[in-house]
Write a protein that binds this ligand. Structure first.
Ligand code: UDP
Ligand code: MN
Length: 284
């Protein structure tokens, strides 16, 4: 298959959890994610797609978790498409007003997620953003159909009709991949939230996963009633990242950042997060 990711070893399972790293910062994220996935006891492959923005030796920490590493390029989109989605232009055309994007976030790199559909050696794949950690076994997602994602809920209940592309299920298919490419790079097409907006359009009948399969960190302070350590399977640090030394919400998010840190360094990881204190609930 032309241009498909090149791997360091063969697939060892029919299913895979897949993440993406295009620079050193997201390798830090992927290290915590892979450790967390490993601890769930999954037998699915752990796949990391990476672009030439990452040096081979920077990926070393990921090998400790048996990761299968796939080197790939950005999508073959036109230069007009690339210019429209360049960081400065995208931030100007579609400003982020609800949270901050770190400087190391390059919007164009997000579209590389679509390469999941090229992984035809697998029956089913589940994508997880590199800025997430898995707190409970998620193998049952491999029995879910394409295309499933959790709602993009982090501010109001009005967000339940949008999806968040930090976690999704896909059935790899070269035909789907090619079809996606042609739909993606139409003249003047501008996907304001990159792959997320595209996937929402491409799969208008997307299936909703329970919100606990992609719990967004802002729920902690915006919708504390929704928080439940007992049920959270995947915790996703959207906007500011837990490895940024300082950010405006770090104080409020301290318990979540501390949890990410123990998964990053492998020390004193709680056996079960169910008993952690929930945020104080809103008072009626
Ligand atoms: N990503 C990457 N490099 C980039 C931007 C994104 O590797 O410059 C990957 C990484 O897996 C990341 C995901 O794409 O987790 C989506 O970006 P991010 O998580 O920063 O977006 P947010 O969740 O804040 O919307
Ligand atoms: Mn993310």
């Amino acid at each position: 298959m032309k241009d498909a990711p090149g791997f360091d070893k063969a697939a060892a399972s029919a299913n895979a959890f897949v993440t993406l790293v295009t620079n050193r910062d997201y390798v830090l994220g992927a290290t915590a994610l892979l450790r967390s996935l490993h601890l769930t006891g999954t037998e699915a492959d752990l796949v990391v797609l990476y672009t030439p923005g990452v040096e081979a030796e920077e990926l070393e920490p990921l090998r400790a978790f048996g990761a299968r590493l796939g080197r790939c390029g950005r999508l073959p989109t036109s230069s007009a498409f690339n210019e429209r989605h360049e960081r400065g232009r995208l931030h100007k055309a579609a400003p982020f007003i609800k949270g901050g994007k770190p400087v190391f976030h390059t919007p164009l790199d997000n579209f590389v997620k679509l390469r999941l559909w090229q992984l035809t050696e697998y029956d089913k794949v589940v994508f997880i953003d590199a800025d997430a950690i898995v707190l409970k076994n998620c193998d049952k997602l491999f029995d879910y159909p394409e295309f499933c994602a959790a709602p993009n809920v982090y501010e109001t209940l009005g967000d339940f009709h949008r999806l968040n592309s930090g976690v999704f299920t896909a059935k790899p298919s070269e035909a789907t991949f090619q079809n996606m490419l042609s739909r993606l790079d139409q003249p003047e097409a501008f996907w304001r939230r990159t792959d997320q907006t595209f996937l929402e359009h491409y799969f208008p009948d997307w299936h909703g996963l329970p919100v606990f399969y992609n719990m967004l960190q802002y729920v902690w302070f915006n919708l504390p009633d929704l928080w439940s350590w007992h049920e959270i399977h995947i915790l996703h640090y959207q906007y500011e990242k837990p490895w940024q030394t300082e950010h405006p919400k770090a104080k409020t998010l301290r318990p979540l950042i501390d949890l990410w840190q123990v998964f990053a360094n492998g020390k004193e990881i709680p056996e079960d997060v169910s008993d952690l204190p929930n945020p104080s609930k809103s008072v009626i």
